[in-house]
Design a protein around this ligand. Sequence first.
Ligand code: C2E
Ligand code: MG
Ligand code: MG
Length: 279
Amino acid sequence: QAKSSGRNSYQIFSASMNSNSVVRKSDERALERALEHDEFILHYQPTVHLESGAITGAEVLLRWERSGQGLNFPAQFITIAESSGLILPIGEWVLREACRQARAWLQCGLGLGRIAVNVSAAEFSDRRFLSKVRAILEETGLDPRYLQIEMGEDSLSRNPPHTLPALQELKNLGVRIAVDNFGTGRASLSFLREFPIDTVKIDKSFVHNIEAKSGKAVATALLAMAWGFNHQIVAEGIETQTQHAFFKKHHCAEGQGYYLGRPMTTEAFAALATQRNPS
Ligand code: C2E
Ligand code: MG
Ligand code: MG
């Protein structure tokens, strides 16, 4: 904003000691208003069984229909939500809305395997997280085995003495746990063995790299490792027929990516799943 109003004002603005915190405050207020005014929506991206093409579930992806700005993506606001603490009420909204929608779909017979919800480290480490999950499952009536919580390696391995019992409690509830963007974090491999993880999602950077020879070796190594630990595997970010064929050939059960289905509205996802998974 300051930039567009001219060079001088940009210089004055950036010279001001408080410019960053002023911008941050106004971003935070905009996010607060977005919650109050119901400007968040969820998009759903299918995960697909590579062999059969059946839809195994959906990943829930947050979008902000920001007045006057069109659709905003997580990269544009998640960091601010996390640093301001607003991720807690926003994440709670996401979880409730996703569980409510999944329950509604299941009730009308949609063959939905699971719904995957992304959770930030700040949400997971909040002491009220588990009771929130429990309350939302109860309130929406969603059978917990349909819910998958996705967390990055770094969130999972940040504070092991807290993480392990919290993951175990989620498992006791019946919720599934996935490691998101596997291969990009700094987690030690022992966490893959010790934590009660159901699924690893191979990061899209490794999927895109299979067109190089070394990339093929790395991708097959990641698959072998996930099998070794007895985890289910999803290859993320499949964009081409070549990538699709590679993971299918190497017996990776599931994939996700633009080639298989983009993130889409509630209605579009329901239509796709109805057509693809006849009951
Ligand atoms: P993620 O959990 O790894 O989600 C996958 C991201 O990759 C999504 O970006 C999705 O649109 C994108 N994607 C899917 N297929 C392809 C593909 O074939 N190629 C490429 N290049 N990208 C693909 P999106 O929706 O912008 O979300 C970005 C990240 O924001 C997510 O990464 C997740 O970490 C975070 N996020 C999204 N929704 C939520 C939420 O409700 N709560 C929290 N805490 N984080 C969220
Ligand atoms: Mg994810
Ligand atoms: Mg991911």
